[in-house]
Design a protein around this ligand. Structure first.
Ligand SMILES: Nc1ncnc2c1ncn2[C@@H]1O[C@H](COP(=O)(O)OP(=O)(O)OP(=O)(O)O)[C@@H](O)[C@H]1O
Length: 314
C-alpha cells in the first residue's frame, strides 16, 4: 500500500537551465559538475570506483534526499546478493531511473528504499539507507512509507470509491475520523496533481475499479501523493498501460519532479531517456554505471552499459 510528505523546493519551477515545464523536455545541457558518471565495469575493481561514487554524492539537482550506502540484499541461501554493495544518491527535484536486464536487482533495490523488502521471507539487507539525514531503520514503518511512497507495476486501486481510495491513507493518518468535507480539499489536490481531477470530479463515488487502466494508475499515484511524500518510488508504472496512458504518466512524472525525488524502475530505455535526470545501470546486482541521462546514453563509459543501451543484450 502506498502512502506519504512533499515539499516544494523550487517555487520558480525552473531547474536552472530553463528547461522545466516543457514536455517532452528539450535536450538539457549537462553541467559536468552536476553528477559525474560512475563506472564499475568489473565488480572486482569496486574499491577503485569508490572515489567516483563519492563525487557523485554531490547534489545533482537539489539537496540529497536519499543516500543509498553500500546496500546489499540477499535472498535466502543464494550465493550472490541480488543487489551488491550499491551506493547511490537521490536528490530532491530529480528523477533517477534504474535500468538493466531482467533479474539485475532493480525492483529489489527499489523495494529496499521503503523497507518493503522486509516483507519478503528470507530477504536480508546490509548497508544503510538514509532519508534526509536519518537512517530509515530508525523510522517508524508507517511514517517511512508515508515519506517514501510507492506505485506498482500493476495499478492496484482498493475496491472502493475513487474518493475513498485517495482518502484512505489520510484517514489512517488522522487520530479522529475526519469528515468527507474535511478531506475533500486534500483529495482534490492529490487528484489534480495526478492529472485525474477533471476526468473524475463529476462522480468521486464511482468505484475505482471501473476506471480505465491508465486512470487507475493515476489514481494510485494520487493515493501515493495524498500524504505528501518526499520520495516517490515507481516500479515500471507504465508497463501495463497503452501508449497514450504512458505519455500521460510520463508527463506527470515530468511535472512532479519539481516537488519530489522520484526513483523509477523501467525496462523501457526510451522512457528512461525521456523522464530521467540521472540513470543507474545495473547488471547481476552490481551498479555498473551511474550518471546524467544524456551522458550515460550517448557516451557510456563501461562496455556493459554500451552493449545494453546499444541493444546488444537485455
Ligand atoms: N523473493 C525472492 N526470492 C528469491 N530470489 C528473488 C526473489 N525476488 C527476486 N529474486 C532474485 O533476485 C534477483 C533480482 O531480482 P529483481 O526482481 O530485483 O530484478 P529486476 O532487475 O527487477 O528484474 P525484472 O526486470 O525482471 O523485474 C533475481 O535473480 C531474482 O531471481
Amino acid at each position: 500500500m502506498s502512502r506519504p510528505a512533499t515539499e516544494s523546493h523550487d517555487p520558480a519551477g525552473s531547474d536552472g537551465d530553463g528547461t522545466r515545464g516543457a514536455y517532452p523536455p528539450p535536450v538539457r545541457r549537462i553541467a559536468l559538475d552536476r553528477a559525474p558518471t560512475v563506472v564499475a565495469d568489473d565488480p572486482a575493481e569496486r574499491p577503485l570506483v569508490s572515489p567516483s561514487i563519492e563525487r557523485a554524492l554531490r547534489p545533482a539537482t537539489g539537496r540529497e534526499r536519499l543516500r543509498i550506502d553500500e546496500l546489499s540484499i540477499f535472498y535466502g541461501d543464494a550465493p550472490k546478493p541480488a543487489v551488491n554493495a550499491v551506493t547511490l544518491p537521490v536528490h530532491e527535484g530529480e528523477v533517477l531511473a534504474l535500468i538493466g536486464p531482467s533479474g539485475c536487482g532493480k525492483t529489489t533495490l527499489l523495494r529496499s528504499l521503503n523497507r518493503l523488502i522486509e516483507l519478503t521471507p528470507g530477504a536480508r539487507r546490509q548497508g544503510r539507507i538514509v532519508l534526509d539525514g536519518e537512517d530509515i531503520d530508525g523510522l517508524e514503518m508507517t511514517r517511512l512509507r508515508r515519506r517514501v511512497s510507492m506505485v506498482f507495476q500493476q495499478p492496484n486501486p482498493f475496491p472502493m470509491s475513487i474518493f475513498d481510495n485517495v482518502a484512505y491513507a489520510l484517514r489512517e493518518q488522522s487520530r479522529k475520523r475526519p469528515s468527507k468535507r474535511d478531506l475533500l480539499p486534500r483529495v482534490e489536490h492529490a487528484l489534480r496533481r495526478a492529472g485525474l481531477w477533471d476526468e473524475v470530479s463529476h462522480d468521486l463515488s464511482r468505484p475505482a475499479l471501473r476506471l480505465s487502466g491508465g486512470q487507475q494508475q493515476r489514481l494510485c499515484i494520487a493515493r501515493a501523493l495524498a500524504v505528501e511524500p518526499e520520495v516517490l518510488l515507481m516500479d515500471e508504472p507504465c508497463s501495463a498501460l497503452d501508449p497514450i496512458s504512458t505519455t500521460v504518466i510520463e508527463q506527470l512524472i515530468h511535472e512532479l519532479r519539481s516537488e519530489l525525488a522520484i526513483v523509477i524502475v523501467t525496462h523501457n530505455l526510451q522512457q528512461a531517456r525521456r523522464v530521467a535526470d540521472n540513470v543507474a545501470f545495473m547488471y547481476l546486482g552490481d551498479l555498473i554505471e551511474y550518471g546524467p541521462t544524456e551522458e550515460l546514453f550517448e557516451r557510456p563509459r563501461a562496455e556493459r552499459t554500451r552493449e545494453y543501451v546499444g541493444g546488444t543484450f537485455g
